[in-house]
Design a binder for this molecule. Structure first.
Ligand code: IPD
Ligand code: CA
Ligand code: CA
Length: 260
């Protein structure tokens, strides 16, 4: 299965790389921060067709479509972001990816995240470890002050600005430095590959984190909501993830700040 998912992610990646005149095809969804292009829709259509050919009985939850509640009752369900990092895609930053998660019985079973520009393909199967282009990857083992923080700005939720900035103020003095890359799925894979130690974002959708969270976990990272509880598979969720040492230290800081 992982091999087939990988192949389909590569096909979707080819479509992303073939995109032309991306800026002129961008339209606003809910406002100027929330954009979609014709390529998001085309890639999702390709993924829906190819993934349901592979597993016809599965449900399909993709960012660019109606979100049916009945998905939860299916044994298998794909959770897909056709282009994670749409703003990067539109602006010509080559930090976007295809994200394919496959859940079984309410638990993530497979995850594939592919950046078609640098051809980095991250993959994991539950219990089978995580890989980058076929080689095993592992999270860092560093203290928080030696860890880079990748920060997600939860940009679609204005009501979360105070919380996001409050968490940022707490975390920034404690970490080595901060990065904001613009694709949550890749952010989680960078933790898995040991390119950074810690990540948080105050709200993400299931398609942003489903595959990346499995890959991070399989590489040894801890992944939870900001309060340490498990994210629900089909719900929007905050995410705190990182190497065990960095994660534990920042979770404690966030918890202590809440109590005061
Ligand atoms: C977004 C990216 C971004 C994150 C947002 C996501 P999109 O996904 O992952 O890094 O900060 O919260 O919604 O809209 O580019 O698919
Ligand atoms: Ca996304
Ligand atoms: Ca997207």
């Amino acid at each position: 299965m992982l091999q087939e998912l990988t192949q389909i992610a590569r096909e979707a990646g080819d479509l992303i790389r073939s995109a032309r005149d991306v800026q002129s095809s961008a339209a606003e969804k809910t406002g100027p921060r929330d954009l979609v292009t014709k390529y998001d829709l085309m890639v999702q259509e390709l993924l829906r067709r190819r993934l349901l050919e592979l597993l016809p009985e599965a449900g399909f939850l993709g960012e660019e479509g109606e979100h049916s509640q009945s998905l939860r009752s299916r044994e298998w369900c794909f959770i897909v972001d056709p282009i994670d990092g749409t703003t990067n895609f539109i602006q010509g930053y080559h930090n976007s990816c295809v994200s394919i998660g496959l859940a079984r019985g309410g638990r993530m079973e497979y995850g594939v995240v592919f950046n078609p520009y640098d051809r980095e393909l991250y993959a994991a199967r539950r219990g089978g470890g995580a890989s980058l282009n076929g080689s095993p990857i592992h999270c860092q083992d560093r203290a928080l002050d030696h860890s880079l923080l990748i920060f997600g700005s939860a940009l679609y939720y204005r009501e979360l600005v105070p919380q996001t900035l409050g968490l940022f103020n707490l975390a920034f003095p404690l970490v080595q430095d901060v990065r904001r890359f613009g694709s949550a799925a890749l952010d989680l894979c960078y933790l898995a590959a040991g390119k950074a130690g810690i990540f948080f974002e105050a709200r993400l959708c299931p398609w942003d984190y489903a595959a990346g969270a499995l890959i991070a976990r399989e590489a040894g990272c801890m992944v939870s909501q900001l309060d340490g509880s498990a994210p629900a598979l089909f719900e929007k969720s905050s995410i705190l993830a990182g190497s065990p040492r960095a994660y534990t230290a920042l979770l404690q800081q966030f918890g202590t700040a809440k109590e005061n």
